[in-house]
Design a protein around this ligand. Structure first.
Ligand code: ADP
Ligand code: MG
Length: 544
């Protein structure tokens, strides 16, 4: 078979006979010109080798990417180019098979470029195979795009998985909140009714401590499920770090150096200061745990403008202005396996009893709830860097000093009381009973109701004042917020205190508390209820 009858994969005649050109192929002058123009523009090249795999020709613009001139390799052996004579080396094996008459394709990487090769046997006029004709195509861009697509879809899968676990965790935690409120509350009330030296008091104290730990766990799960009620305000991360760095130093001990590098004039972000503090503490504790004895932790903030999506950062990070918080350690780093799972709740590589696996789950939830993004860069033995990007808020917005959002819990026996009238609404009978009992013991006149309807009825039948409405937020038929606005329309002087287990949308858009609402988070202790009731009544007195 002549060169004119060579077949490509579609079976069409591809090259035309005579005369023999420099390329070693038989081409007419016009065809030779066409062939050169084609090869001169394609991101590829074409070559022929004889049966000994010695180059007979090499043409095409794609050779430049491999630092080769056209024709430069003619006369040399392919094996010299490969640097191996191992016949099992894939390119070698493919050429041998092509010499047996079987077309081949394979991919290879050369000088950082991905190349796709197509090999066809080269026949002479008698049909004898005299060599191989090879076509190489530069597919680097395609391969890059492919791996970027794979990276993005892995990211998406990861985000969806965390979203699903978050929903589950948030749901479980919500129910636990009610149960714990009831357990802790009843224990506290029981303790109050016992004498100081009752032997049962010690047991109750222990039980309260255990229930408190359970409540902390519940809060972490809520945080991961982005169900914590947060109170974002414009704040400066640099100032927050300045304020907590003393505490961070105490946490990590003296053998580890803490370096902080805070950008002056840092843009403001909208976030819940208490929650961000928790994020910082969790990251720094993890960094500490990753350092065996001596090491360094760097906490850094900076302004960052992303003009366009950046390679290596999640695609969800839209172009815009961000404040970046970076926590970097030179500890042991982590494997790909750990990196893929580290935000999952209860994922830990630490010894039993040392890690809960909830630190980063909370961080993940908190960052996302505040509209941010978190990425991790880490390699085994090379330390880790956690980068958090928070969107910038309007620079005009006043920067308020970050303050801890959780006031300390009052002591058991120091509950403040009063003699005002309180309309108490809660659809969970256990909790209604508990709050009723607590407030009554403190001297208040309490009107307990199991629903919003009942509360409105009670109000209409009462001629005297209602000083305070304490209501649950989520209830069937009519929610606490609607009840509050209806009641306030009739009794504008009544103060309102909401109680809620998590960031229901009724009171809080995406878990963000609307300004002007007083909210008591569940689980709460009787002493907290007492404190918050007194606070709400006090503010009302000052207003009137
Ligand atoms: P815990 O600290 O209780 O194990 P976390 O959710 O905080 O749970 O972290 C999960 C896991 O992620 C850790 O057990 C550890 O394997 C890994 N990890 C987190 N931060 C780092 C870090 N800075 N360096 C190395 N590994 C880390
Ligand atoms: Mg941790």
């Amino acid at each position: 078979m002549a060169a004119s009858e060579q077949r490509d994969s579609e079976g069409e005649a591809s090259l035309v006979p005579e005369p023999v050109s420099q390329t070693g192929l038989q081409l007419g002058a016009a065809n030779e010109q066409r062939f050169r123009t084609l090869l001169g523009h394609l991101p590829g090249f074409c070559y022929t080798v004889d049966r000994d795999l010695v180059f007979r020709s090499s043409d095409g613009a794609g050779l430049r990417a491999l630092n080769l001139e056209e024709g430069q390799v003619v006369g040399t052996k392919l094996t010299a180019l490969w640097g191996t004579t191992d016949p099992t080396y894939e390119p070698y094996a493919c050429h041998l098979r092509a010499l047996q008459g079987i077309p081949q394709t394979y991919q290879d990487v050369c000088l950082g470029r991905s190349l796709e090769y197509r090999l066809e046997p080269l026949h002479d006029a008698d049909g004898t195979i005299t060599g191989v004709i090879g076509i190489g195509f530069d597919v680097t861009e395609r391969e890059l795009a492919k791996s970027e697509r794979a990276r993005l879809s892995a990211q998406l899968r990861q985000a969806q998985k965390l979203e699903a676990i978050g929903r589950l965790a948030g749901g479980v935690a919500h129910d636990f909140n009610n149960l714990l409120t009831c357990i802790i509350g009843n224990l506290e009330l029981a303790a109050r009714s016992l004498g100081v030296d009752s032997p049962a008091k010690r047991h109750i104290t222990e039980a309260v401590a255990a229930a408190d730990s359970a409540a902390t766990l519940t809060q972490q799960l809520l945080a991961f499920g982005r169900k914590q009620v947060i109170e974002p305000r414009p704040l400066s991360l640099s100032r927050l770090i300045e304020r907590v760095q003393g505490m961070l130093r105490r946490l990590i001990g003296e053998s580890i150096t803490l370096k902080t590098q805070c950008q002056r004039e840092l843009w403001s972000v909208m976030a819940d200061p208490g929650q961000l503090e928790q994020v910082l503490v969790n990251l720094v504790i993890n960094a500490r745990d990753a350092i065996s004895v001596h090491g360094e932790i760097e906490v850094e903030t900076r302004n960052l403008t992303l003009p366009a999506a950046e390679l290596g950062l999640p695609a969800t990070l839209q172009p815009g202005r961000y404040v970046e918080l970076r926590v970097k350690d030179n500890g042991r780093g982590m494997s790909d396996v750990v990196r893929a799972r580290l935000f999952e709740p209860f994922f830990t590589t630490k010894e039993n009893g040392e890690g809960t696996g909830l630190g980063l789950a909370t961080v993940y939830g908190a960052v996302h709830q505040n509209g941010g993004t978190i990425v991790v860069e880490s390699e085994l033995g090379k330390g880790s860097t956690f980068r958090i990007f928070l969107p910038v808020v309007d620079a005009e917005a006043a920067v308020v000093n970050a303050a801890t959002s959780h006031p300390p819990r009052p002591e058991l026996d120091e509950m403040p009381g009063g003699n005002e009238t309180i309309l108490l609404v809660e659809d969970e009978p256990m909790l209604l009973e508990l709050a009723h009992c607590t407030l009554r013991q403190l001297g208040y006149t309490v009107l307990p109701c199991a629903s919003a309807d009942e509360a409105l009825r009670t109000s209409s039948e009462l001629s005297g004042e209602i000083d305070l409405l304490v209501t649950d937020v989520v209830m069937p038929r009519m929610n606490g917020r609607e009840l509050a606005s209806r009641l306030r329309a009739l009794r504008p002087n009544t103060a309102v205190l909401f109680s809620s287990g998590y960031g229901e949308n009724v009171i809080a858009k995406q878990g963000v508390l609307e300004p002007g609402f007083d909210l008591l988070r569940k689980p709460y202790r009787p002493s907290e209820l007492a404190e918050r009731v007194r606070g709400a009544l006090g503010r009302r007195e000052r207003r009137s």
